[in-house]
Structure formats: C-alpha cells, structure tokens
Ligand binder design. Structure first.
Ligand code: HSE
Length: 414
C-alpha cells in the first residue's frame, strides 16, 4: 500500500468527524480523506461541499482510493458497501457492530476469496484495543471467560441516574448530546448493541460464531427504585454486563443481562461512558482493560489504529476458530439471578432449580436462585411486558447437566 493512504469515507456523523479530527491531528501518520459519501443533502457540514458525494459508486469505483472506511449507521447499507468493496479487492475498516456481528461468516469468506483485509477494532468497546489483543496476545492461550461493560450509553445512564440522581430522560439526553447513544437508543438500553459486540469478541476469543437472534439480550429498561435500593443495601452497583463463558471444552454461552457487581469486581469502578473488558485466560488468569467505549474521538482513534495497521498489511487470522473447529454456541447454562416480580403468577412462569433467598413485602417481591438460561430466553417477552427485573448475582455460570439441543454455528475456514 502507498505510504500516504487515500481513504474513501462513508458517513460523517459523530465517529466520522472524530476520525477526521484524529487523522488531522495525528503526529506521524499521514492519510488523505479523498471523498466522503453522505446521505442527507440538507445537512450543514463543517467541510467544503466538494469533498462530499451522495453517490457511493463515486468512492467504490475510484481506482485512486486505497481503502474504504465505513462509518454509517444503517447496517444493511453498510453490508452492501463493505461486501462490494471487499469483492473489488479493497481493504475496509468499519465500526459497524451490528453489520459485523450479523455477517461474520460472509465477511470472513469475502476476505479470504479476495485476499483483502477487513478490520473492525472500533466496533467493539470504542478505544479499547480488545480485538487485536485477543487475536495477537491471547492467540495461544485458551480463554475461559470474557465479560465486561461494552455499552457506554447504558453505563452513562446507570451512573447518572443511580449515583447522581438524574432522571432517566435527562441522562439519556446527555448521552445522546455527547454522541454516545445510537441513533435509535433502544439498541443501547435493550442490550442489542452490547450483544453485537459480545458476538464479535466471542469469535476472536473462542472461535465461536453465534447468530444475534440466538443470543439473549435483556437491558435496563425495567430497572426500578426497588432494584437500585437492593443493590445499594448489598453494596453492589448495577451494570449491563455481556458475558461469554466456556461451559465445556466445546460449548460457549453468550448472553447480555444486568448484573449486581460487587466492589471486588473490576467493573465496579467503570462508570459513565467508560467500557471495561475482563479476559480470563487459562494460564494468565484475569486481565482487565478499561477505556472510553463511545464518543467521536475515542472511536475515531480505534479507526485510525486500524487504518495504520492496514498500512503494514495487517489481517485478522481468526486463530481461535482454526484451533477449535468443533466449538459450538450453546444456551445450556445455569446462572444465579435476582428476579423482581409483581405477583405470584409471575414467579410461576420461571423454573428455578433452587431458590436461596426470597423476599415478599408490600409491592416488592424478589427471589435469588439458579435458573437455566433457556428459561430466561423463554420468558423474555413476559418479563419485559410485565416490567420484571432480572440481574445476575455472583460469578457462577455452569453447564446444564442434561443439555437440551444446542445451537451449533460453525465458521468454515478454508
Ligand atoms: N452506542 C454505543 C455505546 C456507541 O453507547 O457504547 C459505541 O459503540
């Protein structure tokens, strides 16, 4: 690749502008943004109009452009852009977690068939260099568990509403103004965004490929003052925690649920828009990475790092999948949870394997017990509709002893 890289950029929102700023202020690394494709013709933009185009082919078919950087919001359109660019032999950097998580196999195939590289460090946990850490540093160590805070918006809302007593609406508004939230913040608060990131990281940490529709995500929308009081009485903070856990040698579970986090957990001190990732390796034990998980400049910095990596020919090798071709995704996990319910009938919906604590008083009822992840999945719609709150308590996650049929998805490597 030429020393000074010519970039065709898609999208000039928060991350696009962050990249523009980071690129122009980076000491030492030089790259030109030749053209920027945008959608909205009416919007006022801070650069001269000649740099913008409304025609994606003007970038995709320009032989002077070495590299495509895709930073748009629409995952379907992003996939069209990225797959076209890869199939034309262009390297691509993207930050689109939904697009990447939904098309892992196809994106791998395209890279392999056309001998090009797709990098997406910015898709997961903003500025934290987690994908390359998993690919390069942990390439030969088996990972047992990966968990963390992968969504800045929910963490910001939880921090501001609980510790600083802001209203939910005000905290969300601030997260939107600061450029942390998705354009549709349902993706943040219902845990979809965290789920996409967990799926991407699960591939690089364990070699497993999971489909978003098979992975449970429950967010923070049903959190009530009762749950917050329970947490503070016990000395916990409530965080939205995606977890990827090895259940057996070849079975990996992935889920996104709120969690009651004790002070001894690294995530306890991860507040506001910060993200944190705990990687638990077979030999190294726990390692903890913390950084800004959202916002234009931190995410732009991750994109810059990928552009720089491409300048020396870097590609993901998907090493974990090559090492463990039989790995399967499974929801056959047992978890210890707190469930707040409204009436006896709610509790009957759930098949707890055991209940270690139960409280009933006035309008507030909860149980703490062990439950099969499949049972939570089955009751997700009921739980949301009836405003029950569920959160993980403790670290115990084990395989269900008599597994039901597991959902196997395999990344086929050539
Ligand atoms: N909405 C996302 C978040 C942006 O809040 O983490 C970064 O992916």
């Amino acid at each position: 690749m030429a020393k000074k890289i010519n970039i065709g950029l898609f999208g000039f929102g928060c991350v696009g502008q962050g990249l523009y700023h980071v690129l122009n202020n980076s000491k030492g690394f030089k790259a030109n943004i030749v053209k920027i494709a945008v959608k909205n013709r009416e919007k006022q933009r801070p650069l001269e109009s000649s740099v913008f185009t409304f025609d994606k082919q003007e970038i995709l078919d320009n032989p002077e452009i070495d590299l495509i950087v895709e930073l748009i919001d629409d995952a379907d359109e992003a996939f069209k852009i990225v797959s076209y660019a890869l199939s034309k032999g262009k390297h691509v950097v993207t930050a689109n977690k939904k697009m990447v998580a939904s098309h892992l196999q196809e994106l791998y195939n395209l890279q392999h068939e056309h001998n090009v590289s797709l990098l997406y460090e910015a898709s997961s946990c903003g500025s934290i260099p987690i994908i390359r850490t998993l690919e390069e540093y942990f390439d030969n160590e088996q990972i047992e568990k990966l968990s963390g805070i992968f969504n800045g918006t929910t963490n910001y809302i939880l921090t501001k509403t609980i510790a600083e007593k802001l209203s939910y609406e005000e905290a969300l508004k601030q997260a939107q103004e600061k450029g942390f939230a998705e354009s549709d913040p349902t993706n943040d608060v219902e845990g979809f965004d965290a789920k996409f990131k967990a799926i991407i990281l699960a591939l690089h940490a364990f070699g497993v490929i999971a489909k978003p529709e098979d992975v449970l995500n429950i967010g923070i929308t049903t959190l009530s003052p009762h749950d917050i009081n329970y947490a503070s009485e016990k000395g916990y903070k409530i965080k939205l925690v995606p977890t990827v856990k090895r259940l057996t040698q070849n079975e990996i579970s992935i889920f996104v649920l709120p969690k009651f986090v004790p002070v001894s957990n690294h995530l306890y001190s991860v507040d506001n828009e910060f993200n944190g990732v705990i990687v638990d390796g077979e030999f190294s034990g726990e390692q903890f990475l913390k950084g800004r998980g959202a916002g234009g400049n931190p995410t732009g910095a991750a994109v810059l790092s990928d552009i720089s990596a491409l300048s020396y020919g870097y590609k993901y090798e998907y090493k974990k999948q090559k090492q463990s071709p039989d790995i399967k995704f499974s929801n056959n996990a047992l978890l210890k949870v707190y469930l707040r319910y409204n009436k006896e009938e709610d509790l009957k919906k759930f098949e707890f394997q055991n209940i270690s604590e139960q409280y009933t008083g006035g309008e507030y009822h909860y149980v703490i017990g062990t439950i099969d992840l499949n049972d939570i999945i089955k009751n997700k719609a009921y739980l949301i509709k009836n405003k029950l709150f569920i959160g993980v308590v403790g670290e115990d996650i084990s395989a269900v002893s008599k597994p039901k049929e597991s959902v196997a998805k395999k990344l086929i490597l050539n």
